[in-house]
Design a protein around this ligand. Structure first.
Ligand code: GLY
Length: 427
């Protein structure tokens, strides 16, 4: 088979790596890819939102399956476009991808179909939203309805902060048209976890659960990022809870969409808060998580391509997808200054000094002219290791991180630390 992966981050490198391991696969292409995907796939210099060029390339390269990584092309209808060309594609249609591209749509779906989520409301009128927040207990979570590159969620601790957030989102349009509507959620506390499932429109099959780290600093301090690390599986999220969320949330959502005329094919990501033992949906995403994918796919025993094809062909029912009973930890190495401004173009050193079973998934990298790898983004690499338990995986991941360097390199020191009680803390 010839498979095209659309996107160019750590998630897409992980997908390319896993797909290339399949004996069914003859060739993998990545568009646009990065220096990591270039080592296992052919990179195509095309933007993930340039549907026409992607479709043309897919035909020229005789692609048997295209897989979409990021949310933006899904939200703009890349799956509908590839369908119209008759090219098999993995991912939900534009209409179904609204579970991620419209938080108002997701809230209304959940409310209508009894899927547990925090209390809240949706507003198109700034004035009505202002009246509403006056009656609410703080903190509040104020979200731009549409896609905002992971930045459209503001936690307001006081009425004045909530008023400012509303003005930023709805008046100043800090997130563009994504802020034409807002969703205002009550603030819930607990433990956050991501459960992502393969879905073929009727059947869902959950992957192993994972946790990501969104803040730049240790102990969850500083501004939000695209994700600074992840691990799987979290000890607090039991097999029984996985089963409960799979049925009550993921399958319920797929059935709810089906009842409204949408066949949800691809992966459905539930970002959950476990509050007093009860799972609540904070967000749905219509795609694989980043950096969760980097620690989930190394634990997948079944051939990923078999699973992808079962999804696309509606054959998930009865398929036994197997996972390793091991732990996996991923540490993101970022450019100094990220998520603010940072410099790029620095050589990454030490890539040839890593353990043979350590994995390095590239995100912001590009090949140098002399065969070197250069930094090319905020998040540069995710260094991933598996182990018999979380402590072993963590130790191996950080040991390999310590062998890599580039000018200004920054990483968190506490990824998965809470799972190991600090016993194996990193100096
Ligand atoms: N890790 C969060 C996300 O993929 O949206």
């Amino acid at each position: 088979m010839r498979i095209l992966v659309i996107g160019g981050g750590g998630r897409e490198h992980t997908l390319v790596w896993k797909i290339a391991l399949s004996p069914r696969v003859e060739r993998v292409f990545a568009a646009p890819g990065n220096a990591g995907t270039a080592a296992v796939a052919e990179n195509l210099d095309l933007r993930a939102t340039d549907f026409e060029s992607l479709g043309k390339a897919a035909r020229e390269k005789k692609i048997d399956l295209a897989l979409v990584g990021p949310e933006a092309p899904l939200a703009s209808g890349i799956v509908d476009y590839f369908d119209s060309l008759g090219i098999p594609v993995f991912g939900p249609t534009k209409e179904a991808a609204r579970v991620e591209s419209s938080k108002a749509f997701a809230r209304s779906l959940m409310e209508k179909h009894g899927i547990p989520c925090p209390g809240g409301a949706v507003f198109s009128s700034h004035q009505e939203a202002r009246e509403y927040i006056k009656e609410q207990r703080m903190p509040l979570v104020i979200k731009a309805d549409g896609l905002a590159a992971g930045k459209g969620v503001i936690i307001a601790n006081s009425l004045s902060e909530a008023e400012k957030a509303l003005a930023d989102v709805m008046d100043t349009k800090a997130f563009g048209p994504a802020g034409d509507r807002v969703v205002i959620d009550e603030y819930v506390t607990g433990r956050e976890v991501s459960l992502i499932a393969f879905c073929d429109g009727k059947t869902v099959s959950a992957m192993v659960p994972a946790c990501d780290y969104k803040k730049i600093g240790d102990k969850d301090t500083g501004p939000n990022t695209g994700g600074m690390g992840s691990y799987s599986p979290p000890g607090f999220f039991s097999a029984a809870m996985t089963e409960r969320v799979t049925g009550d949330i993921l399958l319920s959502a797929v059935k709810a969409l089906a009842s409204e005329g949408m066949t949800y094919r691809g992966v459905l990501y539930a970002g959950l808060m476990i509050a007093d033992g009860k799972p609540l949906v904070l967000e749905f995403n219509a795609r694989f998580g980043d950096p969760e994918t980097q620690v989930i796919l190394p634990l997948l025993k079944t051939d990923l391509v078999d699973v992808l094809m079962a999804v696309v062909e509606g054959r998930l029912d009865g398929m036994n997808i197997e996972w390793r009973s091991e732990a996996c930890v991923g540490v993101v190495m970022a450019s100094g200054g990220y998520p603010g401004s940072y410099k790029t173009g620095f050589p990454v050193k030490g890539l040839d000094s890593l353990d043979s079973d350590a994995l390095v998934f590239h995100a912001g990298t590009r090949p140098g002219s002399d065969g070197s790898v250069l930094t090319d983004g905020g998040r540069v690499l995710t260094v991933v290791a598996t182990g018999k338990d979380m402590a072993a995986a963590r130790e191996k991941a950080y040991d390999n991180v310590s062998r890599l360097s580039f000018e200004g390199c920054y990483y968190r020191k506490d990824i998965a630390l809470r799972e190991t009680d600090g016993v194996h803390s990193i100096a």
